[in-house]
Design a protein around this ligand. Sequence first.
Ligand code: ADP
Ligand code: ZN
Length: 612
Amino acid sequence: MTQTLPMESVAPRAGELLHKVFGFSGFRAQQEDIIAHLVEGGDALVLMPTGGGKSLCYQIPAILREGTAVVVSPLIALMQDQVNALLQSGVRAAALNSSLTAGEGRQVEDATRAGALDLLYLAPERLLQPRTLELLDQSPVALFAIDEAHCVSQWGHDFRPEYLGLAELATRFPQVPRIALTATADAPTRREIRARLALEDARVFVSGFDRPNIRYQVKPKDNARKQLLAFLEREHPGDAGIVYCLSRRSVDETAKWLQERSLTALPYHAGMADVERRRHQERFIAEEGVIMVATIAFGMGIDKPNVRFVAHLDLPKSIEAYYQETGRAGRDGLPADAWMVYGLADVIRLRQMLETSEADEQHKRRERSKLEAMLGYCELTTCRRQVLLAHFDDVLETPCGNCDTCLQPVDSWDGTEAAQKALSCVYRTGQRFGVNYLIDVLLGKSNERMHRFGHDTISTFGIGAELAQQQWRSVFRQLVARGLLGVDMEGHGGLHLTSSSRGALRGETTLWLRKDLAPEKRRRVKAERAQALTSEDDASLWEILRAHRLELATTQGVPPYVIFHDSTLLEMTRTVPTSIEAMASINGIGQVKLERYGDSFLDLLRAHAASA
Ligand code: ADP
Ligand code: ZN
């Protein structure tokens, strides 16, 4: 059933497919090695960042090896997109899922049995049904590709029990090579994937985790929605992107608020009716410039390459989650933004969620250290990318120059004394009051309640006049973020000392705090925008090409990026090819697409060149 090719013959054939079918000039980092390994029948675990080019690693072997490659993918809703994209390039692909009629399903099954498909996409539960397994017993199977392999990890944030059953493939189809792929996997998750998918002997390919085109920014939160609007208007007019909120309610409200300001924003969360949620997802994929306001229920498997920004209005629970969510921006390699606002209330809320969580002690400890890492990331005064990558054991030698702390260096200040005052104020007031109250005490702003408690006469009353309210909030935020203050479990936001507070309370160690930039200052600094189109590009030509692409896409009922990616249109805008040969050398235009679309785009380019 399987076929083994000698190593030498793989490389040229793979390169030819890359060029002819996919229209790319060269392989990226590890793609070539992975492809050769798989074609020769080896198993592989591939860790590659989002947008790194994982799909080609199994799509090319799928064509090169005899039989059908079975691709396991968690979301039925998105399979069709991947299939459409392959069909556009002339690759024989199909999906087998519940959206097909019985007749259509049988057709796909017959094609599989006949070896007439290069790729077959399936959800794990469908794959593991006896009927499907029997089908595969009778069919030539080229390989198994298990996408989003971290879904098998129980402690991960995307656990899908159906994935556990996939270990069976190893015993049932021992001769078929398997490749598991994921964009998020710290060392423990990696071990779990190998163990649970019976991939202990698989070769592991780890690519660098860096996404150099993504600009990371974390801003102190003052009015999240207004900050978001300003960011969208200033940096991403007309762009598609995702805005993540924690709760369904804030998703609905934020989407509505943006709509009232004439933006095309759509809500998406698990509390909506299926049809509506689906419609919103389809619009996000099919149209240009839709802003999806969503809970984390949205995003996995979304391959839309031109998501220009991912904005977080609430803090993710871990760096893994943050990296994965932000990773949905800029898959096409063009500039993109990962933008987040973060404030004291977020820290308090997350700490509280942990304290009240019902999980067992071990799980809690793990959650806590994840949160610790996330908070530490927010409070950084050094390059964010360096810390982000270090989290995945990846080393970036020099600061990146493309994150907010690199672009606008942040000062730190000696907060030892301020911390002492804040902590002792917590202590003197009985370790049960919230931040606003504590700051009033420090600033010496008495009110009736404070008077009743007698806190306007204690030693810490009015000792903090040297800092403004906003600065005190920043101090408290950092103390909570560092675990020097704990949050009560009742949910009133009362703060108390922790076992780590003592040293700071006595001023034994110097405490360096982040000096948050004042809002005015933030507004004045203008960094260059992280947009695809720069001011030198011919915006009118770009719009002409985009409009034509949209027309082609709409006629065929496929998303625009399935016709051509933005990066391909941008290259056309910049090089203005006027012959079919010049057109063929543009990245992302393979033979089939050249035949289908080459002429109509050439007409537009020639007309534009003539009128210029
Ligand atoms: P992943 O699944 O790792 O997130 P994809 O497989 O979707 O990434 O690839 C991301 C983008 O990079 C796609 O637009 C894809 O066409 C493009 N790409 C992949 N490999 C290459 C290559 N060798 N040359 C140029 N573009 C590539
Ligand atoms: Zn940096």
